[in-house]
Design a protein around this ligand. Sequence first.
Ligand code: NAP
Length: 260
Amino acid sequence: MDLGLKDKVIIVTGGAKGIGEAISKLVAAEGAIAVVVGRGAADNDKAVAAIKSAGGKAFAIQAELGEVADCRRVIDTTVKEFGTIHALINNAGVNDGVGLEKGDPERFMASLQKNLSHYYNLAHYALPYLKANKGSIVNIGSKVATTGQGNTSGYAASKGAINALTREWAVELVPYSVRVNTVIPAEVWTPLYETWINSLPNPKEKLASIVSKIPLEQRMTTSEEIAAMTVFLLAPQSAHTTGQIIYVDGGYTHLDRSIS
Ligand code: NAP
């Protein structure tokens, strides 16, 4: 199936690692230009080099997305380099463990800055270009917005807001045929996931317990499976899909617990 993404300019935040890396690789494999944005310059360069060595097109932008000025620079740099933007994948985030009891107001606000604000800021600055191209936004959320997790108020609040903004932006952007959707992962082995599981007591036992409860095949979702849904949502085949919150999680969030 041709996803019609050849030479499209697609920004992928957190595009050098984990789920974002899989998305960057897949958009490039589809012939698009992957604009890899992340805080680690060396990580970005490595991801871009890997895409280029596989014959794809990619470009790195170092940015700390918690900073508004960096968000603006990401959009300005992309437009200076490529003239336009066809799609924005808001993916960068961190499950940073700012709990109700163990956190504090300053860390809570900092968590919103790291997990939520840049989704808005980038969409805001990219909007003129997305409008011009009838482009698309895909946000990467988390099942935490639906289930809670405990001890992660900032992350949960951000991910809940991202679901709300998906509907809000989808409505606001209907007149421009700009589509907005969200993909929800639950359990995906990435550098972020490894750090999180290792922060818990008995991580090996905890991991085995989680995996045993994933209904479909008792296995974690792969980053490539999240990427496949994300990229399909950008394609003309998804031209009438907007405002949707799509769970790619082996049924972990919603299916009857008695089946696993
Ligand atoms: P990851 O392995 O940590 O990769 C995320 C990348 O984004 C890293 O390169 C990270 O840089 C970068 N990044 C994060 N915050 C940034 C910021 N403020 N500014 C610039 N760069 C930033 O994470 P992942 O597991 O692939 O997660 C990707 C998305 O999926 C996140 O939104 C996460 O909430 C969501 N998600 C993941 C899972 C899962 O099971 N993995 C489950 C539910 C939701 P550093 O490495 O320097 O931090």
